[in-house]
Design a protein around this ligand. Structure first.
Ligand code: XIL
Length: 335
């Protein structure tokens, strides 16, 4: 049978993947999967501010351009990720996303420059931009990021940086669809209610926001009882919605050498993992405005999960040697 991309395409769904330019360039099997199984790509890291501008004023567009060139060659759309985020910020701006040696005005100016220059540079090549990523705490309050704090210090509402970022991005690239993106929006929570209130406020202020991305970093020990309802919540405001970073991690087996094998799960966790994959895709397909579904990496060897959640893994559709897993077949059955 044909690829995930072509099967999803028949249902009107773009099926994406987060890619790394190193693997794309150096690993043939990876490149084959990334370019044939998916209809859109997201840069896992190379379009983030820190990686792009480690030295102030010296912007490295190279890896992002290579990624886009590959996408163009393979008829893939590009999700731009991400313009404004408190994480992976350049050290000269803020080593931890909060502290800074710049003045508030300098922070605001740097942010405006970052948004405008990046969106301008890639103008016409980006299908959807994650303009602002992860602006909320779990309790629904705004994160006190370097951006928020700078605005407050300037006597502005702290969260006005979000509206500004969308306006600047739209002015630079009027055809790109502009998204707010976050995690833990998949179930009803203070955070998802706060994101909904923010979107309403932005729309009331005529801010150009076109979509909300639910990242979809899920784990088998936590459920997602009402993903469809929470996708629909934003669709009901007239926005597009997307699952932008899906991976489903679970507990993996100790390998006896102090590490873990990510390839053999207990039958119970294997079944739960497959049910989670099915459930996420079905939820997206059930919501008319859910136009794209992106997985956060190709194979388990490339996944960020084991490095961040020790003892957890097997979060993707291909294993560590890039062989298809049952999770892949489960998704294909849904399509
Ligand atoms: C992760 C990448 O996968 C890692 O390679 C990197 O070290 C840290 O960032 N939410 C996001 C993504 O929006 O950008 C993050 O990606 C995962 C969580």
């Amino acid at each position: 049978r044909s690829s995930l991309a072509s099967m999803a395409g028949e249902l009107g769904l773009t099926f994406g993947v987060a890619v790394n330019t190193d693997e794309l360039e150096n690993d043939r099997k990876y490149r084959h999967l990334a370019t044939t199984q998916f209809s859109s790509v997201t840069a896992e890291n190379v379009m983030k501010w820190g990686p792009m501008e480690p030295v102030r004023g010296e912007i490295d567009y190279g890896p992002a351009e290579a990624l886009i060139a590959s996408a163009v060659e393979n008829d893939q759309l590009v999700r731009g990720h991400t313009l404004v985020w408190h994480s992976q910020t350049p050290a000269w701006l803020s080593p931890d996303g909060t502290e800074t040696t710049l003045t508030p005005q300098q922070v605001r100016d740097a942010m405006q420059k970052r948004v405008t220059e990046t969106a301008t540079h890639f103008k016409g090549q980006i299908w959807q931009w994650d303009v602002v990523n992860e602006a909320f705490n779990e309790d629904g309050t705004y994160r006190r990021t370097v951006f928020y704090n700078a605005y407050e210090a300037l006597g502005l509402p702290g969260h006005q940086y979000i509206a500004d970022a969308f306006r600047w991005a739209h002015a630079a690239d009027p055809d790109a669809l502009l998204f707010y993106n976050d995690y833990n929006l998949e179930f009803t929570s203070p955070k998802v209610l706060a994101a909904e209130a923010m979107v309403k406020e932005l729309l009331a202020q005529d801010v150009p926001i076109h979509g909300v991305g639910l990242q979809g970093h899920l784990a088998t020990q936590y459920g997602f009882p009402n993903l469809q309802e929470n996708l629909q919540r934003f669709a009901d405001l007239g926005l597009e919605v997307a699952l932008t970073e899906v991976d489903i991690r679970t507990f993996v087996q100790p390998d006896g050498n102090g590490g873990f094998t990510h390839e053999v799960l207990t039958p119970e966790l294997q079944a739960t993992t497959e049910a989670f994959w099915r459930g996420t895709l079905e939820a997206c397909l059930a919501v008319e405005a859910c136009n794209s579904y992106t997985v956060w990496g190709v194979g388990d060897a490339n996944s960020w999960v084991p490095g961040v959640f020790p003892g957890e893994g097997s979060a993707l559709l291909w294993d560590e040697r890039l062989n298809k897993k049952a999770q892949f077949h489960e998704l294909r059955d849904v399509l």
